[in-house]
Design a protein around this ligand. Structure first.
Ligand code: F6R
Length: 364
């Protein structure tokens, strides 16, 4: 049932190209530069939108952070990701001009469902982005977009994160085109990156052996730090979450610029740093942070775009990321998934069922 893989997590990491093909299937109209999502959000409503909030937990929250950045850029609307358990509909926002998008793989996360109730009580329009047909969330919202990743059994979310971000990128194009804030040629570029995503992820999967060897080299680190800017920041957070939940190692992710405001005190030759140095991440600036940690002796692994050979000279190990515009950080994340998997596997951890965790968290 694990299709020859030792763990569901590894199988699901390898299923990403297939999952992504399902996610985007029939949803890309490259001719017109549009996304077909079969949503009925009236154009007048979308035009009057002032704000989009993605409410979610854990990995889904990281997908929301990625989406918020895409939305601000392409849909020209204020957008944020909100941790569902902290969410309150306040701050003087106009419910009629606020769209609340619940991002939840299971569709059953209590914190997310309860945040959604608060948004609905305030009168906001609500959407769900989920993997699960018939889940509770789909009954609570006005409309749902399914990510179509297929069932995920490993507790750690992998393919569903990838498909969530891809779906949210489609939603960005959908809203941006309806609002007229993105041209058909700009939209076409993002859509063509989406089309290239399954192949780019496959190229990373084909380099798994390199990641396994790197995991062997760094497995004894005292702690692991992940850094990235802009679209690399949510990927840094996600990389750290994945590593800590399955390896039980101390791992933290930071927006690169925050390192010097405290976390740098933790950096030593025994703390590997994993950096996102791709398109969409202001990589030149992160390189300055890479130099800061290297001068404290920390080894650095960089996920580096094919197009940025220079960046590769500053790191100890390069994980090469195929060129894919704004979706390169999402491809870099696949290296982080593999790295976490192999570190945890070398330690003999219970990868598919980490201690203390459950696949869906139905208590607040
Ligand atoms: C991490 C993980 C959790 C979930 C979170 C939300 O690998 O799986 O952080 O992402 O519990 O779950 P959903 O997306 O089902 O709402």
């Amino acid at each position: 049932e694990k299709g020859g893989y030792e763990h569901y997590m590894l199988k699901e990491i390898h299923e990403q190209p297939t999952a992504l093909r399902q996610t985007i299937s029939g949803r890309i109209d490259e001719m017109n530069g549009e996304a077909d999502l079969e949503l009925d959000l009236p154009t007048e409503y979308l035009n009057s939108l002032e704000e989009v909030q993605f409410v979610a937990c854990g990995t889904s929250y990281h997908a929301g952070l990625y989406a918020a950045k895409l939305f601000e850029e392409y849909a020209d609307v204020r957008a944020s990701a909100e941790i569902a358990s902290e969410y309150e509909f306040d701050g003087g926002r106009d419910p009629w001009r606020t769209l609340v998008v619940a991002v939840t793989q299971s569709g059953e996360t209590a914190d997310t469902l309860s945040a959604l109730q608060r948004a609905k009580r305030a009168g906001a329009k609500t959407l769900a982005v989920t993997n699960t047909l018939g889940s509770t969330v789909t009954r609570e919202v006005e409309d749902t977009v399914f990510i179509r990743a297929g069932p995920e059994i490993g507790v750690a979310a992998t393919k569903t994160f990838c498909s969530q971000v891809a779906t949210l990128a489609l939603l960005t194009v959908y809203v941006g085109r309806q609002r007229g804030t993105v041209s058909s040629s700009e939209a076409r570029e993002l859509l063509s990156d989406l089309r290239g995503l399954p192949g780019a992820v496959q190229q990373v999967l084909d380099r798994e052996e390199q990641v396994r060897v790197a995991a062997e080299e760094y497995v004894d680190g005292d702690a692991f730090f992940f850094i990235g800017r802009r679209l690399g920041a949510p990927v840094a957070l996600e990389g750290a979450l994945k590593l800590k939940e399955i390896s039980y190692d101390h791992a933290e992710g930071f927006p690169s610029g925050e390192l010097k405001h405290g976390p740098l005190a933790l950096v030593t030759p025994e703390t590997p740093v994993l950096a996102v140095l791709t398109e969409g991440t202001n990589a030149e600036e992160t390189l300055n942070n890479v130099k800061e940690v290297e001068s404290r002796g920390a080894p650095v692994i960089g996920c580096v775009s094919e197009g940025m050979d220079d960046a590769g000279k500053f790191v100890d190990e390069v994980f090469e990321v195929p060129e894919l515009g704004e979706l390169e950080p999402l491809v870099a994340n696949v290296y982080f998934q593999l790295f976490s998997y192999h570190v945890a596997n070398l330690k003999g951890r219970s990868i598919d069922k980490p201690r203390n965790l459950a696949k869906s968290v139905t208590v607040e």
